[in-house]
Design a protein around this ligand. Sequence first.
Ligand SMILES: C=C(O[C@@H]1C=C(C(=O)O)C=C[C@H]1O)C(=O)O
Length: 286
Amino acid sequence: MQKSLRIGQILYTNTLPVYFHFDQSRFEDRIAFLRQVPAQLNEAMARGDIDVGPISSFSYAEHASEYLALADLSVSAKGRVGSIFLFSKKPIEELDGARIALTNTSATSVNLLKIILHKFYGHQVSYVTQAPVLSEMMQESDGALLIGDDAIMAIRQRVPYMIYDLGELWHRFTGYSMTFALWAVRKAVLAEHAELLGEVHASFLASKKMYQRNPEPLIDYVHMHYGGEKADWRQYFRGLQHSFDDEQRAGLEYFYRCAAEQGLLPRPVSVEVWENPDSKNYVERK
Ligand SMILES: C=C(O[C@@H]1C=C(C(=O)O)C=C[C@H]1O)C(=O)O
């Protein structure tokens, strides 16, 4: 039997603050989760295999007429993001004419990289898309883009490449924050499941709030399951924003204008947010 709401979850640590304290027990069998990398979630959302969840902000723009964004949820950073890296055999200023391998897990960051290289550096670059395995990507390319936990694991290996953080480059050139993911809902779902969606949305916000009050249980969890140093994880999560306010909107909509200008999107879009009518009445369960 189909569950009432099928919810996406990004397979990376970056969205854990929104899921770690999500109180699944209150929903019993009314929800189901699909855990995947962003590019797969983008497709699942477009096909209608999931109803709500985080997708690449670029994919939101491609389907803006069919989706709304859930209020106050995103994966954003103002400056260094810590998990979206260009690995390069030479300095970024010298990448004109280069060949870059792009991870097949992303939609936002691959287009962000194109904007940075074409618009800000004036380079002509060719691209190939590959599975996110750095050693293989670097075999025949001058550089490679990784995102999420693949990027985090790769920098731990102390690889012999120059490493550029795309959030940092974007901020340096534009002064804006960058929003990599939004929580989208297909408009068609709203009519049928508005109430349940309201409860799910409120539970995401409650998880985020509980994490913000005390980040340590989540830090312990990722340290146990993904290794590394606790201090590095603390710094990583401190650099991520999971809200969507005027600041994030301004940065994201500027990104959409740049993408349209570069021919990557047919037209710039503005983000239409679904405000949960019940969020003010939501009572956290102890
Ligand atoms: C910060 C990140 O944000 C993400 C990047 C995405 C993309 O490039 O399409 C999509 C969702 C997020 O996972 C990351 O993956 O490291």
